[in-house]
Design a protein around this ligand. Structure first.
Ligand code: ACO
Length: 428
């Protein structure tokens, strides 16, 4: 294959190198385009055809439904690894040895306490505040209490900032949840595994011992692994672009959390549950909602369906669907919402509108059903997604800093007024 691409602009030919990845993905390197052509740029709203970086973290093939972290398939990781091992793998590139894993966990545990004054910030939020707004603010506020994590100058500084946020973020998640429920804010138990500790921090009642449930630990572990990274999606690109200005890790993550909040991204898990609830309240009339989803005059979309990259199936959705069945049957929950979801999926997969547009259930179609079965309120779903995505965001931020990537600064094509004289207020 030729290693260059030829572009013709206004009769002039320009040659650009091709970059080929380890999975044979091909990109035209246009980094010299503007210089070479005297000002011509490319435009690509939504970046549907634009690679923002070279990355060695996550590979996905949307046509074949493949997702791999550092070369390991998501199916194998979800079955055989735990969340902390996956976090280490994503951030540092290799599965940890026993010693590396223990050290990582111990370093995180040593940082699993947040300043007591953060409780005052949590308490100042109204209980009705959306948990995504709360967690994003608290993550940003952490910077004030840990200023040394901002100016990272070495890998050692980065490591310290990383274990800090891996330790403190679950506490903030638990406090966000407990505030919503009016429960006292307290700390975890560092004799426990990372995921067990999260469950205890969230669900422990002030007047009772928390009894761990293996099914819940496994389910949460799996959900966090499945959400841990997804290459250059909206929130990850946000983390990288904010971090590219050398804003600190916590500020970059806080921006990523805000990006994740939207219903077209991580907020879809909340939107899916609300949609399924609405269908249930409407006598389970899935057909009516199918018609609405296909009607171009109606803004309604089938939430949890479709994906920018997966155009065949989302491998995470397959694993989650199975986990949803297991969790609900293990907990002895019969949830009519699960039946509505399965019915809707079946109808959509047989409907030419969805088939032609390659719209399949995505990771969030079933995750909310599991969270609900675990007793987590709908508004907390996207926070749980953020908890899982944390190592992916960190890995992407670290890679971007270690590669010394330039500040992210897209161009534009200006379509506004050309120069015109100012008209004073009295003459307007
Ligand atoms: N319901 C009905 N129609 C849909 C849906 C849907 N969920 N998703 C896409 N379409 C249709 C569009 O109307 C469009 O139709 P057209 O070609 O006739 O105009 C076509 O499918 C292509 O859709 P786009 O919006 O161009 O696809 P894009 O790749 O830009 O969007 C997205 C992907 C945002 C995920 C979209 O499918 C969507 O809104 N889905 C619902 C929200 C959702 O579940 N988001 C979670 C994504 S996963 C995640 O972030 C973790």
């Amino acid at each position: 294959m030729s290693k260059t691409a030829i572009l013709q602009v206004n009769g002039e030919k320009y040659e650009f190198p091709l970059i080929v990845g380890t999975e044979n993905e091909v990109a035209i390197d246009i980094s010299n385009l503007r210089n070479a052509t005297n000002g011509v740029i490319t435009i690509d709203p939504g970046y549907k055809n634009t690679g923002s970086c070279e990355s060695a973290i996550t590979f996905l093939d949307g046509e074949k439904g493949i997702l791999r972290y550092r070369g390991y398939s998501i199916e194998e990781l979800a079955e055989k690894a735990d969340f902390l091992e996956v976090a280490y793998l994503l951030i540092f590139g290799e599965l940890p040895t026993k010693e590396q894993n223990d050290k990582f966990h111990n370093d995180i545990k040593a940082q699993s306490i947040v300043d007591e004054d953060i409780k005052k910030i949590v308490e100042a939020f109204p209980r009705t505040a959306h948990p995504m707004g709360v967690i994003s603010s608290l993550t940003s506020a952490l910077t004030a209490f840990n200023p040394s994590s901002v100016n990272v100058k070495s890998e050692e500084d980065m490591y310290k900032a990383i274990v800090k946020i891996m330790g403190k973020f679950p506490v903030l998640v638990a406090w966000t949840y407990r505030k919503k429920l009016g429960l006292p804010l307290d700390y975890g138990d560092d004799s426990l595994g990372y995921v067990e500790n999260i469950l205890k921090m969230m669900f422990r009642q002030p007047n009772a011992c928390y009894i761990q449930n293996g099914v819940l630990i496994d389910a949460l572990d799996k959900l966090l692994i499945l959400h841990a990274d997804h290459e250059q999606n909206c929130s990850t690109s946000t983390v990288r672009i904010v971090g590219s200005s050398h804003a600190g890790l916590f500020a970059s993550l806080s921006a990523g959390i805000s990006a994740l909040w939207g219903p077209l991204h991580g907020g879809a898990n909340q939107a899916v549950l609300e949609m399924l609830e609405a269908i249930k309240a409407d006598d389970g009339d899935t057909k009516k909602y199918m018609v609405k989803a296909k009607d171009k005059e109606d803004p309604f979309r089938l939430m949890g369906f479709g994906h920018r990259v997966y155009k065949n199936f989302d491998p995470r959705a397959k694993i989650i669907k199975k986990a949803a069945d297991e969790v609900l049957s293990n907990l002895g929950i019969e949830d009519p919402i699960l039946d509505i979801a399965k019915g809707l999926e079946k109808e959509a997969l047989e409907d030419p509108y969805f088939v032609d547009r390659k719209l399949y259930p995505n990771v969030d179609f079933y995750s909310g059903i599991i969270y609900r079965g675990m007793g987590i309120p709908t508004e907390m779903f996207t926070v749980m997604f953020a908890l899982g995505r944390l190592p992916g965001w960190i890995a992407q931020w670290r890679e971007m800093r270690l590669n010394n990537e330039p500040i992210g600064r897209p161009r534009q094509i200006y379509t506004g007024e050309t120069e015109r004289p100012f008209v004073s207020l009295v003459n307007r």
